[in-house]
Design a protein around this ligand. Sequence first.
Ligand code: ADP
Length: 396
Amino acid sequence: MKILVINCGSSSLKYQLIDMDNESVVAKGLCERIGIEGSKLTHKADGKEDYVVEREMPTHVTAIEMVMEALQDAKYGVIKDTSEIAAVGHRVLHAGTVYSDSIIVNEDVKRVIKECFDLGPLHNPANLMGIEACEKAMPGTPNVAVWDTGFGMKMPEKAYTYAIPHEYMEKYSLRRYGFHGTSHLYVSGEVLKFAGLDPEKGKVIVCHLGNGSSISASIGGKCVDTSMGLTPLEGLVMGTRSGDVDPAVVQFICNKEGKDVNEVLNILNKKSGVLGISGVSSDFRDLGAAAEEGNERAKVALEVFVYRVAKYIGAYVAAMNGVDAIAFTAGVGENDMKTRKDVCAYLGYLGVEIDDEANNCRGKRQMISTPNSKVKVMILPTNEELAIARETLRLV
Ligand code: ADP
């Protein structure tokens, strides 16, 4: 059975066709610059040359049509017709407090996605367009919404409640939601298996460190806490996002710089994080190189990043009264051995011991702690598409 996974951004659409019999990727690709001049589809199929189509894509409907053409193309395609696609799984950012479990899309689900446009102003409209485009291109094929907030929605009330007047929670569902849900769901589940932990009781911390970074604590795969909040701005220091700051910082910059709240929020989202501290880059490869050349601000940026991760790990060990395994995932977590080593250097009190040779590794599932380590530490590459495909298969 084949499942198509769709991840729509405001001007992009990523897809993977996955054969669920062996969970292998049959084809994948990317539509870029949707609604902008110079749109392009890049399609890669197993064992075939890459296929690039440069054609205008005014909307996501055209983009989906082109994806269907590529998937069925005589030379580059992988299916004879769309009836081979059993279902489509969509990554959808936000369903407010209405849904946490993945769900087959119907008119009610589409209404909820629309009602949550203000909670996910960039993503929810694009996600809805992707769903409607698939309904048009493949009438009768089920579409499944897998929520990026789904994992975090399972955290208990004491973890999701902001200490602000309760009326805002009641009126606006203003609470912590958490994001990167499909990644935390996938990685925490795989860690339980890979580390041989009790599937019901295993205590796991997942450090998803990429451009956007978040960390989660889970017991038996169920979220206990996660670092992102109402929006993906809360929590860890990120490429360009500040993570946790005193809200009074916003007021202070507004007053001193004559800016409004929206402008300052934009600064906290796009010009802060390791980019803001270093003034060098949001990319960890650039920062590592700059730090090695003696750039002090790049060094400080990396120290602040690592320190925040270590602090959150400490908090989550307290929240769970222990931890059995810690996993690193996403661009930085999977590839940057120095960041992993520096984070683990804070964890001696947990009895964490890293094997430097094992840690000298990129992008593959690997235990990096020594056999004596009291907590198992590992690299576990994320696979959000597979997580979405598994959820979709479960429902159809
Ligand atoms: P996102 O999905 O949030 O955009 P990714 O998970 O793809 O981000 O991570 C991207 C980041 O991974 C890059 O910005 C870069 O800093 C980091 N990265 C990728 N490869 C390496 C590497 N070899 N060493 C250090 N950092 C890396």
